[in-house]
Design a protein. Structure first.
Length: 126
C-alpha cells in the first residue's frame, strides 16, 4: 500500500493529530475573532470534539460517531456567526498548528485543502 492509499490518520499518526488540535486550541483564547466563539469553560470539550471528529474523518477509530452520532457540522455550528473573516482565521490558526508538526508537504497540502473546504462549508453569514 502506498502513501496515497493510506488514510491521513495513519500517515500522520495519533500523536501528530493530537498535537495539531492542541496547537490550534492554544491559540484560540487570545484570538480576537475566534476567542469569543469558544466559551472558556468548554475549551477542553471543544478540543476533544475536534480531535475526535478529525480522527474519525481521517480514518482512525470512530469514537466521534459513538459519542456524538452523525457529525451534522452545519447544524452544530449554526449558533455561531461564521463569516469569511472567521473562516479564514480558523484556517490560519489550524495551519499554524500544522506547521508546528513534522507533516510532509503532501500531507500538509491535503490537510489545508480538507480543512479549507470544511471551513468554507461551515460559513453561514456574509
Amino acid at each position: 500500500m502506498t502513501d496515497a492509499e493510506l488514510p491521513i490518520y495513519q500517515l500522520l499518526g495519533e500523536e501528530c493529530l493530537r498535537a495539531i488540535v492542541a496547537g490550534f486550541y492554544r491559540r484560540v483564547p487570545q484570538d480576537p475573532i475566534l476567542g469569543p466563539m469558544y466559551p472558556p469553560h468548554d475549551l477542553a470539550g471543544a478540543e476533544h470534539r475536534l480531535r475526535s471528529f478529525l480522527t474519525y474523518r481521517f480514518g482512525g477509530p470512530p469514537d466521534y460517531l459513538r459519542e456524538r452520532g452523525h457529525p451534522r457540522l452545519r447544524m452544530r455550528h449554526m449558533p455561531f456567526v461564521i463569516d469569511q473573516r472567521a473562516r479564514d482565521r480558523w484556517l490560519q490558526l489550524m495551519l499554524a498548528a500544522i506547521d508546528e508538526q513534522p507533516a510532509a508537504a503532501p500531507h500538509r497540502a491535503y490537510l489545508e485543502t480538507f480543512l479549507g473546504d470544511i471551513a468554507t462549508f461551515l460559513m453561514n453569514s456574509a
